[in-house]
Design a protein around this ligand. Structure first.
Ligand code: PFF
Length: 465
């Protein structure tokens, strides 16, 4: 029998390195990383802005052709190295006797994770006061006041700082407890809760207003290619990366705790399928409400914070579903931030720092950078810290970080890793890690060598140009 139970965890811990206690534990943790604000906040508003069905179709294609093979490369390099992303990449590069410069992939990925954590925590912090607002109830008689809650929050640095701090402390707290007692224990409760909440929200529309649910299905699944632009195609590809937590250390770090018996190909496909299913479910939860109350699907980033509260204000049971929805957003963000901090924590631990101190150090540094991000939304809104770089000329700290991570670091890291795994890593080592049938191996390796890097190169160059 393969060792996929607590025995594996115990043995790993005894050797000084934790191991996920089961395949399910890893799948939940990796899916927890993938499922986040990207699925519940970003995917619905991007779909709304880009006209619906055709965007969804392109996004699904990007996940299948570029995202899944890239996810496999991260999991397998992480497991083969068995260390922090920085060290694992170095180990695998050394094993391949490749030039040491390839080691930069690990550094770029860890940097991307750290920078993402800084602004992600600020955005996650937006959701928390809305739990309170929706428990108190949105006032249907005063729609302007309801819509003003979100801009007012962005204009209040003290509020933003408080919620950013609460969220970062929550992240540090679970991370400090370690892989098995912290992350794995948390995702085992949080991921099923998240799916139940989404089912509840979709079920509500099915029972209360089947027509608007039907309208949402048409919006999400009937492709209207007229609405598709080159830019929306590229944002679908970029979002496929972000939503699968690619090129940001997370999957490399989580892969390093993976037991040898876990099949990478199947696991990566499962994680991507869960992530995609949750994004589509989020669309099916949100759009029926948007349509039912005659609101604008293309409202942009304010879709869930300014538009949706108006629906909660008017609908029967909105005072229950409102808080439940915003709790869902916090849970989704929390399981993702755990994976971002892990790349840095694992690296600090290798430097001989204890787990708790590493979590505090990594989280504390990201928290400090997050403060600059939240100030860029209000008091420092006119200040562009990196204005000497042409693409960042008019971007405040938050937008600049988002741009650097999503448009530069992530594609660069993923492209380099795909080329390394596809062309430089010895074929036998790859076969050993993928341990799948000869046919599946041929297909996966073929994709890693062709479609994946070409797809990434297209986003990268087009975004830069
Ligand atoms: N995949 C997360 C989301 O969709 O919200 C975001 C993310 C998590 C990005 C972890 C990067 C990362 F390392």
């Amino acid at each position: 029998m393969t060792m996929t139970t607590d025995a594996a965890a115990a043995q790993g811990e005894a050797a000084g390195k934790p191991v996920w206690s089961s395949q399910l534990g890893f799948i939940l943790a990796a899916a927890g990383s993938a499922v986040g604000l990207g699925n519940i906040w970003k995917f619905p508003y991007m779909t709304g802005e880009n006209g619906g069905g055709a965007f969804v179709l392109v996004y699904l294609g990007c996940i299948a052709l570029v995202g899944i093979p890239a996810l496999m490369t991260e999991m397998l390099v992480g497991r083969r190295g068995g260390h922090s992303p920085i060290q694992s990449v170095r180990d695998v590069v050394a094993e391949a006797r490749a030039p040491r410069a390839w080691g930069w992939i690990g550094i770029i990925s860890t940097l991307a994770a750290f920078l993402t954590l800084a602004f992600y925590s600020v955005v996650a912090g937006w959701a928390m006061p809305f739990v309170g607002h929706s428990i108190a109830g949105f006032d249907a008689a005063d729609p302007e006041a309801v819509q003003a809650l979100f801009p007012n929050l962005l204009a209040a640095p003290d509020q933003l700082l408080m919620w950013h701090t609460v969220f970062m402390v929550m992240t540090i707290f679970i991370s400090a407890r370690g892989i098995n007692r912290g992350i794995e224990a948390a995702v085992k409760v949080m991921m099923p809760t998240l799916v139940l909440i989404l089912m509840l929200l979709i079920g509500y529309s099915a029972v209360m207003n089947m027509d608007s649910l039907r309208q949402a299905v048409v919006f999400l699944f009937r492709p209207n290619f007229g609405a598709l632009t080159t830019e929306s195609t590229l944002s679908a590809l970029g979002h496929a990366f972000f939503t699968l937590s690619l090129a940001s250390g997370s999957m490399l770090a989580y892969g390093s705790y993976l037991s040898k018996s876990t099949p990478i190909v199947r696991t990566a496909v499962t994680v991507a399928a869960v992530d995609t299913a949750v994004a589509l479910m989020a669309g099916l939860a949100i759009f029926p409400l948007v349509f039912q109350y005659g609101m604008e699907p293309a409202a942009g980033p304010g879709l869930v914070f300014a538009t949706l509260p108006l629906a909660f204000a008017q609908m029967p049971g909105g005072d229950i579903l409102g808080p439940v929805f915003f709790i869902l957003l916090v849970i989704a963000a929390w399981t993702s931030s755990l994976s971002m901090i892990e790349s840095v924590v694992e690296w600090l631990q290798e430097k001989g720092i204890g787990r708790t101190a590493s979590a505090i150090l990594a989280g504390g540094a990201a928290w400090a950078l997050g403060i600059l991000c939240l100030l860029s939304l209000n008091v420092m809104s006119g200040f562009a810290p990196l204005s000497f770089i042409p693409a960042l000329e008019d971007k405040g700290m938050m937008d600049a970080l988002d741009y650097i991570v999503t448009n530069v670091l992530m594609p660069l890291g993923a492209l380099a890793l795909a080329i390394f795994v596809g062309y430089i890593m010895p074929k036998d080592a790859l076969r050993d890690e993928l341990s799948t049938s000869a046919r599946a191996f041929g297909i996966v390796r073929g994709m890693i060598r062709t479609i994946t890097p070409i797809g990434i190169l297209v986003i990268f160059l087009t975004n830069l140009i």
